[in-house]
Design a protein around this ligand. Structure first.
Ligand SMILES: C[S@@+](CC[C@H](N)C(=O)[O-])C[C@H]1O[C@@H](n2cnc3c(N)ncnc32)[C@H](O)[C@@H]1O
Length: 168
């Protein structure tokens, strides 16, 4: 991880999530928790949040956030997202920082990841994903079998990013 996502990108990803209702939320690729912090702050008291990162090295940051919000239902999972999604779900919202572009070398794996996310969503559930240079937009659309439901551009981030919104 070179640099965490900016507050502008965090806001753009989360602005269309309806936090006023209880929901099952999943965050994938949490890193040190720049999205996690904001999701925990905004989430409904009766919502649950599963936080996933394949690496353990970021656990101290996520565990600190969990400890600071004992009344919020938040669990951390260190696993590949494909493994987690075999056991958990269904979700109302998936917020993903997965670097899809980096997974491209193994397209079968990239598609397994996207299909696992699709399958883990409830009908009407929302998948939010940021990417640079509109990469993998077509792959997301292929897997969901339709065009993105929305796309925002966030200039103030290193690098500028597109936010994909896909409603299942
Ligand atoms: C670009 S970082 C995002 C960090 C932070 N959310 C942000 O936006 O600044 C991507 C994260 O995805 C995690 N990741 C990569 N492949 C993964 C996989 N297959 N399953 C779960 N997490 C994965 C990496 O460990 C890394 O922390």
């Amino acid at each position: 991880m070179i640099m965490s996502s900016s507050p502008y990108l965090v806001n753009a990803m989360l602005e269309d999530v309806d936090f006023s209702v209880p929901a099952r939320l999943l965050e994938v690729g949490s890193g040190k928790g720049v999205f996690t912090r904001e999701i925990i702050r905004r989430m409904h008291p009766h919502s649950s949040l599963d936080v996933n990162d394949i690496k353990r090295e970021y656990n101290p940051w996520i565990n600190d956030l969990i400890a600071a919000h004992p009344h919020k239902q938040v669990r951390l999972y260190n696993d590949c997202v494909t493994q987690l999604l075999r056991e958990q779900g269904p979700y109302d919202v998936v917020v993903s920082s997965l670097p899809l572009k980096n997974l491209e070398d193994d397209r079968a794996f990239l598609y397994r990841v996207l299909e696992a996310i699709r399958d883990s969503l409830k009908p009407g559930g929302v998948y939010l994903q940021y990417q640079y240079f509109k990469s993998n937009k077509q792959d997301v659309e292929n897997v969901f079998g339709k065009k993105l439901s929305g796309m925002n551009f966030v200039l103030f981030n290193v690098l500028p990013a597109f936010v994909y919104r896909m409603v299942k």
